[in-house]
Design a protein around this ligand. Structure first.
Ligand SMILES: NC(=O)c1ccc[n+]([C@@H]2O[C@H](COP(=O)([O-])OP(=O)(O)OC[C@H]3O[C@@H](n4cnc5c(N)ncnc54)[C@H](OP(=O)(O)O)[C@@H]3O)[C@@H](O)[C@H]2O)c1
Length: 208
């Protein structure tokens, strides 16, 4: 399938590698423009398409947003009714501490910049090196490293869950965007923990 990625760093760049390797066509944009992505294009070949931000937004109905949370306000507003935006961000400050959002969730900023989109939270709980190295399609799903996913649209979550499976991880639906973001957020029980899907399922069950 066609997938867009905004942000080509630790998470965006490694997701591009995994998604191209699993057979997808990936359009990727950063802040410096497509010419700066030449090395990645050489590495990944013809299924990797370095593009402008605007082209990335048009290219696919699935857009992975992987820039710093504090940079989201530097983006323009894009009306993208029905497109899926996968928000990978965490609300860190430059000094490594994080913003206290109170009862709000970090995806609220994403929703403001992409009106009409179906916003999901995923890929925010896993360190980029683990994302790059821990996927294993030969393991049964429950034995794989978990990648949790939150959102209000069941079909969209199923679509992204299939992608998570294709790159060798175990997707876990953590509920609505609001509920799931609390579990997946920087202070959440699923954040930055090396859990198999079956262990994460049991943790969530115990919470209920
Ligand atoms: N690092 C991790 O292990 C990890 C794990 C889970 C989640 N996250 C989250 O994932 C997000 C990305 O983290 P990262 O570590 O991948 O960051 P990173 O390596 O610093 O990469 C950030 C990317 O965002 C691009 N970017 C910045 N502003 C942009 C704009 N206005 N338009 C298009 N692209 C823009 C940058 O492009 P240029 O280089 O051209 O400026 C760069 O490619 C963050 O929100 C982080 O909290 C990170």
């Amino acid at each position: 399938m066609k997938i867009s990625i905004i942000g080509a760093g630790n998470i965006g760049g490694n997701l591009a590698r995994l998604l191209v390797k699993s057979g997808n066509d990936v359009a990727i944009a950063n802040s410096r423009g497509p010419a700066s992505l030449k090395n990645l294009a050489v590495e990944l070949g013809s299924k990797l398409h370095p593009v402008s931000l605007e082209e990335a937004i048009i290219y696919s109905d699935v857009i992975i947003l992987s820039i710093h949370w504090r940079s989201i306000d530097s983006l323009a507003t894009f009306n993208v009714p029905g497109k899926i935006i996968v928000d990978t961000t965490n609300p860190y400050k430059v000094d490594g501490t994080f913003y206290d959002l109170g009862s709000d969730i970090s995806s609220s900023k994403v929703i403001e910049h992409f009106p009409g989109a179906i916003v999901l939270k995923a890929f925010n709980t896993i360190w980029f090196k683990h994302l790059s190295e821990n996927g294993n399609t030969s393991l049964p799903i429950l034995e794989r490293r978990v990648i949790p996913i939150a959102g209000d649209d069941k079909k969209a979550k199923e679509k992204i869950s299939r992608i998570i499976e294709e790159i060798g991880f175990g997707p876990l639906d953590t509920g609505t965007l609001k509920e799931g973001s609390k579990l997946q957020g920087v202070q959440g029980i699923l954040y930055n923990r090396e859990l198999k899907l079956k262990e994460a399922v049991s943790i969530i069950k115990d919470l209920k």
